[in-house]
Ligand binder design. Structure first.
Ligand SMILES: C[S@@+](CC[C@H](N)C(=O)[O-])C[C@H]1O[C@@H](n2cnc3c(N)ncnc32)[C@H](O)[C@@H]1O
Length: 264
């Protein structure tokens, strides 16, 4: 007797955007609605999972102060589910190919012969500044931007030391805890201590918060508190930050662009 044939599985590597479910793409919402299994990361808002009512859901991200699941284990879980004929959504914050290890997952799937697609997401690298009224490029202020990881000096030094000071907007992801080191590094590279800076936390969520100041203020070592582990943060460095202040003076009081100042 022949084996019953099983529909081949399929994997969607999906970007969830910066947090607000309304910033999911239509395609991402459709994939969630059809999914049998959703493997999601720490910064994915739980309300997005409601969009996947038929799916089993597994958290595979890193919880505060706990070891993250090994990347190879995540590959194995995705591949195993796809081989069992399931529609798998691998849901990552922002865009899956921006500091999300989505490329590694795509390569693992390709090597395993699993059919997959990439569903790009709205990256926090541009969404967090935009939601605070900061255009990452602006005529006369910046004709380009660079996105670096602030995770360690090794991650940003080789890029930032090659930049002519003030030539571009610098966006730093994963740099909240290292903000003073990043700021001191740029000042050492010749950036003016008066360069405008914004720190954007939990953009697009109800906890969203914006701090704006200067590189010199950012370079002051932060007080160590629990805050860094609580919400994701993006740093924006460059003259474009001043656009937010101009907007704040002109927009209606209840407009979505809010600039608040608080000390870290
Ligand atoms: C591992 S990286 C992933 C980036 C993601 N793939 C993207 O395209 O946005 C996580 C970092 O993204 C940034 N981030 C993610 N969500 C954010 C949000 N809602 N507000 C501010 N920054 C955010 C933070 O810098 C955080 O440390």
């Amino acid at each position: 007797m022949s084996e019953p044939t099983r529909e081949p599985g399929f994997v969607s590597l999906v970007g969830a955007g910066p947090g607000d479910p309304d910033l999911l793409t239509v395609k991402a919402a459709r994939r969630l609605a059809e999914a049998d299994l959703v493997l999601y990361d720490a910064l994915v808002s739980p309300s997005m999972l409601d969009l996947a009512p038929r799916a089993q859901r597994f958290f595979v991200g890193k919880r505060a102060r706990k070891k993250a699941m090994a990347q190879e284990t995540i590959h194995w879980l995705i591949i195993r589910a796809a081989r069992r004929g399931r529609k798998v959504v691998r849901l990552k914050c922002g865009d899956p190919f921006v500091f999300g290890r989505g490329g590694e997952e795509a390569l693992a799937l390709a090597r395993a012969g699993i059919a997959f697609e990439v569903v790009p997401g709205v990256s926090s690298a541009v969404a967090a500044p935009a939601l605070a009224g900061i255009p990452v490029t602006h005529r006369g202020l910046a004709s380009g931007f660079v996105v670096v990881s602030g995770h360690s000096e090794g991650a940003y030094a080789t890029i930032l030391e090659r930049l002519t000071p003030h030539s571009l907007t610098v966006v730093v992801l994963m740099g909240l805890a290292h903000r003073s080191a990043v700021a001191s590094f740029l000042i050492k590279q010749g950036w003016s201590p008066r360069t405008p800076v914004a720190v954007l936390r939990a953009a697009s969520t109800p906890e969203a918060e914006t701090w704006s100041g200067t590189l010199a203020e950012l370079a002051v070592p932060p007080e160590l508190s629990g805050e860094d582990g609580d919400a994701p943060g993006t740093l924006v460095i460059g003259e474009v930050v001043t656009v937010a202040a101009q907007l704040a003076q002109t927009v209606l009081p209840d407009a979505a662009v809010a600039v608040t100042r608080r000390s870290f």
